[in-house]
Design a protein around this ligand. Structure first.
Ligand SMILES: NC(=O)c1ccc[n+]([C@@H]2O[C@H](COP(=O)([O-])OP(=O)(O)OC[C@H]3O[C@@H](n4cnc5c(N)ncnc54)[C@H](O)[C@@H]3O)[C@@H](O)[C@H]2O)c1
Length: 330
């Protein structure tokens, strides 16, 4: 049995759907703090899913899952992940992300579960020294969110040495897109990610899109990011577990495309796909936004045998279909 923490959220639910469609039996553990019960209801239509509403900060509630279910491996998505909020309220982030993960890892040791795939982030690298960023690039986070993820990576190394707990840490760049059939999609409140925010501004009552920073030293003055499609990202998770199942050692991989797009390029693609002129307001730079973040993904290609296949255009298309699905269905 596979346990997914945070499976009611954006990325975890897309992995859950892929596993259910492969006929896997899964367990989701989520406190629904940023995830949605509606997502769980949708997932239940596609296979055998046991849902436990519980908080990782309550060790008893996660222990109960291990007692009742025969868990063999874990995908650990449950975390808070808003960078700006983490700077204003670090205690919320250290407690939830670090203490929550410690509870999970300690339960794993007690119940002799040895394999975990963990959602890390490009934010562990901080301001890049060079581009594209490979896995040996120094990890110097510039916000509390990135720090929590780096701490967990270090804890996982020590837990391997002492308790033989094998982990794969996947360092995501910018995740984009939704399920191709619009059954589930990106649903954050408030939404802080670029693509859904641009797309939302085209909808009835949508706000003017605020573009932060237009004087960077990039080809059009706006920040460059590496957008990785959600379905490609999910495939990497499945390959990461296969790698651990085959006896792979504890390791870490970047998940990105080796390509970057500027905010203006993303904006233009959104206009082309929606066929709408998007209202935009140019704003000054935000503190802590590196000008360019691009992954070197050679290691994941080489060791996990992973290859991203979907273009940014496809990600924006699926994200748009998800945003307008209620308008189409009503
Ligand atoms: N979305 C991205 O672009 C991105 C990039 C890099 C890393 N990540 C990481 O990927 C993971 C998933 O991100 P997402 O965008 O799907 O976020 P999300 O907020 O949609 O999902 C996180 C889920 O975890 C649950 N959760 C949080 N704290 C919990 C706790 N203490 N106990 C139980 N459940 C808890 C939430 O209710 C939610 O369902 C996170 O760990 C995030 O840091 C995301």
């Amino acid at each position: 049995m596979i346990l997914i923490t945070g499976g009611a959220g954006y990325i975890g639910s897309h992995l859950a759907l892929a596993l259910l469609e492969k006929g896997e039996n899964i367990v989701i553990f989520d406190n629904l703090s940023t995830g949605h019960i509606e997502t769980i209801e949708t997932l239940k239509k596609y296979g055998n899913l046991n849902f436990y509403q519980g908080d990782l900060l309550d060790k008893n509630s996660i222990d109960k899952v291990f007692e009742k279910e025969n868990i063999e491996s874990i995908f650990h998505f449950a975390a808070f992940s808003q960078v700006a909020e983490s700077v204003k309220n670090p205690k919320k982030y250290y407690r939830n992300n670090v203490v929550g993960t410690l509870n999970l890892l300690d339960s794993m040791i007690e119940y002799r579960v040895k394999k975990i795939v963990f959602s890390s982030t490009a934010a562990t690298y901080g301001e890049p020294n060079y581009i594209p960023i490979d896995e040996i690039h120094p990890q110097k986070p510039i916000n509390a969110y990135g720090q929590t993820k780096l701490m967990i990576e270090k804890i996982m190394d020590d837990y391997d040495k002492a308790y033989g707990l094998k982990s794969v840490r996947l360092r995501y760049f910018n995740v984009a897109g939704a399920d191709n059939q619009s059954r589930i999609g990106e649903w954050h409140e408030p939404e802080t990610h670029l693509i859904p925010n641009i797309l939302k501004s085209t909808l009835e009552g949508g706000k003017t899109f605020e573009l932060y920073g237009y004087d960077y030293d990039t080809k059009d003055g706006t920040c460059v990011r590496d957008y990785i499609n959600i379905e490609d990202l999910v495939n990497a998770h499945i390959l990461a577990l296969k790698y651990l199942d085959n006896g792979g050692k504890t390791d870490y991989f970047n998940l990105g495309t080796n390509n970057g797009n500027t905010v203006k390029e993303v904006f233009k693609m959104c206009e082309d796909i929606t066929g709408k002129k998007i209202p935009v307001k140019l704003m000054p730079r935000r503190e802590g936004d590196p000008k360019s973040l691009i992954a070197d993904n050679a290691k994941a290609k080489d060791i996990l045998k992973w290859k991203p296949e979907k273009s940014l255009n496809m990600s924006i298309n699926s994200a748009y279909r998800w945003e307008i699905k209620d308008l189409i269905n009503n």
